[in-house]
Design a protein. Structure first.
Length: 568
């Protein structure tokens, strides 16, 4: 009885090098680790590129102002490293250097980035596979009147289609092998993913829970301001520090949304000049502390964008807060809004606007510019003299700008030379901005019957005192059941209701009130630490007329009761 000798194990390096599809292997820091012959041929490069960062080998074409190949590829590779999942990119224009004194050749690619994950669930390498589809893109430019050229091109296309089919089959086989390996690693990575999701939920819940004590402290400070009309040295300190805590809480929640891709926009035609004016007015008082100066340079005409007014204001507030932290007493910060010189692109057909925030603060090393936009990154190392902050503001600002189709960059000539942050945003077509209620004279205050439903007794008591000082008749309860009992025999004009109540949630309270015969007459306002788009959608569906996030300043609360605050 004879036994057959098993075939020798394949030489995987030779198989990789002989694969017809262009393949590149990257380390998690995007350094080129290995490359096959097909990739070298497609990109007109040699093996000298191994060991170099990919974006040093393949930079954007400096002659193309709309070039976004580096940004798109970096975002895809970062997604693969952060999530451990394959990312298939849409058709990309990414010109390649020809080696002729800085010349570039126009190229179009169809890329796929696949992670290689170890037993600990960590991404150890990225397989970057591309197909050169430049010929297909050029074929689409051929005019219909050139029948002969089109016919010849179609023949070439058919040949290419067959070739691509063969390549696709080979790639599918490689992907099946990768899938089998990843399936074996998936079980090990699942625990890590669940831990990350639990951490994200914890951060979101923590940020929400912070809003109740912040709201109570903010309302108590406003009550002190009413009782001390001549002022007190402690009041501006409380206002500044509470403002810092509110911004940190917002950054904590929005940072979680940014990392998980759940940051949402409510777009409208908006004058960016008015957004800048409002954001600067809100924060100018903080610059006045310790003699810091804030200069604002705006064009005379409106600058229209299609964007989320509140989120755009948040971008500027985060940039100004960053400048405030890293500018010494007596320093100066300048905000400028000006047209960008770059030509119109598919993403910005009407051109772009440049928003710049410059300061003369501590600056940073030029090589640190991109790192500043990472989550929990700071310009200065942690230490006793480091300004307060979580290192989330710039990451949130970048996410918001990119959701608007723009990009944001940072620059400094080095430590001690100041810093500048520049956001490029696409302009909207000419036209009038969305009409907004002007801050005109308020109507005469009306005495209202108000019910406050809030389980935080300090906050409920303070809101009640503030509103009674304004002449309103106020009742405060702390559970959903008590709210329903109070509204059975008494018709209130306004109900301010928290959503996270200890017995039944605010949504159930609103539905029960609306179901009563007189339920349509009362104005229901949700005031909550939950303020995502999904939360607002739920409150609208439950019957609330408006949804406002904690902490709610007294001025906004009074405007709300007078019916002048936009219900967003």
């Amino acid at each position: 009885m004879s036994t057959s000798t098993p075939p020798p194990a394949p030489d995987f390096r030779s198989l990789f090098d002989a694969t017809l599809s262009p393949l590149l292997v990257l380390a998690p820091d995007f350094t080129i680790v290995e490359v096959n012959r097909a990739y070298l041929t497609a990109t007109r490069t040699g093996r000298s590129i191994v060991g170099r960062p990919i974006f040093d080998v393949f930079p954007d074409n400096p002659d193309d102002p709309s070039a976004d190949g580096v940004a798109n590829l970096r975002r895809s590779l970062r997604t693969v490293v952060d999530t451990g999942r394959t990312d298939s990119m849409p058709l990309q224009r990414y010109d390649i250097p020809t080696g002729d004194e800085g010349a570039f050749a126009e190229r179009y690619w169809s890329p796929v980035n696949t992670p290689v994950v170890n037993g600990d669930g960590r991404v150890t390498h990225i397989i970057h596979r591309v197909e050169d589809v430049t010929d297909f893109v050029h074929l689409r430019r051929v005019g219909r009147e050139q029948e002969r050229a089109v016919a010849e091109a179609q023949m070439r296309a058919e040949g290419m289609e067959i070739d691509l089919f063969v390549r696709a089959r080979e790639i599918r086989e490689v992907n099946e092998q990768l899938s089998r390996v990843n399936a074996e690693l998936d079980a090990a990575g699942r625990t890590l993913k669940e831990e990350q999701q639990a951490k994200d939920r914890f951060i979101a819940t923590l940020s929400h829970e912070l809003r109740n004590p912040l709201a109570a402290a903010t309302a108590a400070t406003e009550l002190l301001a009413l009782d001390l009309p001549d002022g007190h040295p402690a009041l501006p300190v409380l206002e500044r520090q509470l403002g810092t805590l509110v911004r940190m809480s917002n950054d904590l929640l929005d940072g979680t949304r940014a990392v998980t891709g759940r940051l949402e926009l409510v777009r409208e035609r908006t004058d960016l000049c008015s957004v800048v004016q409002g954001a600067c007015a809100d924060i100018r008082g903080l610059f006045g502390h310790e003699n810091r100066a804030l200069d604002v340079d705006l064009p005379a005409e409106p600058v229209l964008v299609d964007g989320d007014r509140l989120r755009l204001a948040q971008v500027l507030t985060n940039l100004l807060s960053n400048a405030l932290k890293y500018t010494m007493p007596g320093g100066r910060t300048r905000v400028r809004l000006s047209p960008a010189k770059a030509a119109a692109t598919a993403r910005a057909p009407h051109g772009q606007v440049r928003l710049t925030v410059e300061d003369d603060g501590i600056g940073f090393a030029p090589g640190q510019a991109e790192e500043l936009f990472g989550v929990f990154m700071r310009a200065a190392p942690a230490g006793p003299s480091t300004p307060e902050g979580l290192g989330l503001g710039l990451a949130v600002a970048r996410t918001i700008v990119e959701l608007h189709g723009g990009r944001i960059t940072a620059h400094s000539d080095g430590p001690g030379t100041g810093a500048s942050f520049t956001a490029l945003l696409p302009l909207a077509a000419s036209g009038a901005p969305e009409p907004r209620r002007a801050p005109s004279a308020r109507p005469a205050p009306r005495q209202l019957a108000v019910l406050i439903v809030e389980d935080n007794t300090d906050l409920a008591t303070t809101y009640r005192t503030l509103l009674e000082r304004q002449g309103h008749h106020v009742t405060a309860v702390h559970t959903g059941a008590d709210a329903l009992t109070a509204t059975e025999s008494h018709l209130f004009d306004v109900v301010l209701c928290d959503l996270g109540l200890p017995d039944i949630d605010g949504y159930a309270v609103a539905r029960a009130m609306r179901s009563r015969p007189h339920g349509r007459k009362v104005r229901l306002i949700a005031v909550s630490g939950f303020s995502r788009g999904s939360d607002r959608g739920q409150s609208t569906a439950a019957g609330f007329d408006a949804h406002l996030a904690k902490p709610l300043p007294l001025a906004d609360l009074l405007e709300l009761l007078e019916g002048t605050l936009p219900e967003r």
